[in-house]
Design a protein around this ligand. Structure first.
Ligand code: ZN
Length: 208
């Protein structure tokens, strides 16, 4: 009987998506990085707020509109205060919203770098013969599932592929080539380790 070890991987993108836009200072199309800062302009009762991006080549700035000509009384004071102090959670909220950014500028670059926080749920690691990994992502990432698993389990991508072919590894929701697609929030990966000699090392990597 397999002893299941369940672990949640909380995955956070390390670098905010970058709009690829025309830089009027460089004179070409360039990726702009998120500066982590807002600009708030209060003109009487009207308030504008932007998230500032900077050209990766020349540091020229581009303002991404958060809201425009908004009546002060329609903005929660806590939101305004968070904008004014460049609250990191709020920067992350807007900065990592790849869908909204793509809708705004058309073309963006997404970086595959992530940090993974591993939270054991249940099961005993010393006698685990199967892994159950639940992925939790706070934003989309272009990072392929096989690259994530290979890096964080300390094994090769070809070995993952072989496991999948032998149904020792399954992905839910799966579909063809799930390993080659980007990791997504809510994915569950199940791996049968019962026949693997280096099981302890893999379990140790999986737990972090
Ligand atoms: Zn530039």
């Amino acid at each position: 009987m397999s002893q299941l070890l369940r672990i949640r991987w909380a995955i956070a993108s390390a670098i905010a998506p970058r709009p690829v836009i025309n830089c009027n200072r460089c004179g070409g199309v360039k990726p702009y990085r998120c500066s982590g800062k807002f600009r708030v302009n209060a003109n009487g009762k009207r308030i504008d707020a932007w998230l500032i991006y900077r050209c990766t080549d020349c540091d020229n700035s581009w303002n991404r509109t958060i809201f425009e000509r908004c009546n002060r009384r329609d903005i929660a004071p806590t939101l305004l205060a968070a904008l004014e102090r460049n609250d990191p959670t709020l920067v992350r909220h807007y900065g990592f919203d790849a869908v909204a950014l793509r809708n705004r500028v058309g073309r963006i670059e997404e970086c595959p770098e992530v940090t993974v926080r591993k939270e054991p749920l249940d099961g005993r690691p010393e006698c685990a013969t199967a892994l159950w990994l639940e992925l939790r992502l706070d934003a989309t990432t272009p990072l392929r599932l096989d690259r994530l698993l290979a890096g964080d389990l300390g094994i090769s991508r070809s070995r993952l592929q072989a496991w999948e072919e032998r149904r020792l590894l399954t992905v839910e929701p799966g579909g063809a080539k799930a390993l080659r697609r980007p990791a997504r929030d809510g994915m569950v990966i199940r791996i049968d380790l019962s026949g693997q000699a280096d099981r302890d090392a893999i379990v140790s990597c999986a737990r972090g």
